[in-house]
Design a protein around this ligand. Structure first.
Ligand code: NDP
Length: 293
């Protein structure tokens, strides 16, 4: 049976690793080791003492870290990589760094697939994430098998880095929706339109999105600002999209504007733990209105 390792038990990594651990022999490592111990208690997974010990014990390694820079740092710090192993990186990362990691591992006969996730922490808990895979054909079958325990949809989107490129574009659409929906609903609230009534219309019309259908109703309208996905990570994702557009020579005023808006929200909130939907608080403050009810 395939032995699997999981490195990075954060907001999304933890519930994903729980599915992995319940589906076969698993080793886990996390910088704050108490999270690895907690997952081990829940699932019977083994706690590795270091990333190197984890790599030495398994066939397939998952990573779920903030950026591909941390992933590459971890990869290079490990000497125990063996020919035939596979790294499935679920981090939402930079396509260029993915290519560098893949080349570094390829020298050792180790495979690499970028496999960023979508569906949020609730999708992860439910084992219903979307996975977008970039990699060499010879490795993607094995990567797909490893992801099946936590995914509802796994799509092969192209060569190494393509998964991260698709993810960056998706995240930009998310950021634009948060910003534009917040602005529009602030104006409607000031005009005396109840935001939940406005959303009833929008969600039966062509402007609807995950933001208007789920995120704003669950968090903004209720004032119950959950923290599931840090704004700084969304800002990082939009930054990757800005770079992607530059690299492909596509003019990107909307993407650039989304980056400016996310940065401004981060400055306004001044809290690295702030959730991505809390970006709307900046719009509310500037408009002098709360989008509730
Ligand atoms: P979190 O900030 O919750 O967790 C980050 C994880 O990375 C923690 O396990 C943290 O360890 C570890 N870590 C951070 N820096 C280092 C380092 N230098 N060396 C080793 N470990 C490190 O992030 P998320 O789980 O939310 O996100 C992880 C990735 O998944 C990101 O790329 C994000 O964009 C993406 N993602 C997140 C989603 C979400 O809903 N949260 C949805 C889809 C994708 P420690 O516990 O010690 O802090």
């Amino acid at each position: 049976m395939t032995k699997t390792g999981f490195i990075g038990l954060g907001a999304i990594g933890y519930p994903v690793a729980r599915h992995v651990a319940r589906s076969g022999p698993t080793w886990v490592w996390n910088r704050t080791i108490s999270k690895a111990r907690s997952l081990a208690e829940e699932t019977g997974a083994n706690v590795a003492n270091s990333p190197a010990d984890l790599v030495a014990a398994v066939d397939v390694v998952f990573t779920c870290l903030p950026t591909t820079t941390e992933v590459f740092g971890m990869v290079k710090s490990v000497e125990s990589w063996r020919e035939g192993q596979l790294l499935v990186d679920t981090t939402s990362g930079d396509p260029g760094v993915s290519k560098d990691i893949a080349a570094w591992l390829d020298d050792k006969g180790v495979g690499y697939v970028d496999a960023p996730l979508s569906g949020g922490t609730s999708g992860a808990e439910a084992g219903k994430l979307t996975v977008m895979m970039g990699g060499e054909e010879s490795w993607k079958g094995k990567a797909r098998e490893a992801c099946e325990c936590f995914a509802a949809q796994i799509t092969d989107v192209g060569p190494v880095g393509a998964g991260n490129a698709v993810k960056a574009v998706n995240q930009t659409l998310l950021a634009i929706n948060i910003q534009a929906a917040g602005e529009g609903l602030a104006a409607l609230t000031k005009l005396g339109v109840k935001p939940s009534v406005a959303l009833e219309v929008i969600n039966a019309s062509s402007g609807r999105s995950n933001v208007t259908q789920n995120l704003i109703p669950e968090r903004t309208i209720t004032g119950d600002w959950l923290r599931t996905f840090r704004l700084s990570l969304l800002n990082k994702d939009v930054g990757i999209a800005v770079k992607l557009l530059g690299d492909t020579e596509v003019p990107g005023p909307a993407t650039a504007l989304a980056k400016v808006a996310m940065e401004a929200a981060m400055t306004f909130l001044d809290d690295d733990e702030a959730d991505h939907v809390e970006a709307i608080k900046r719009t509310e403050a500037a408009a002098g209105v709360e989008i509730r009810g």
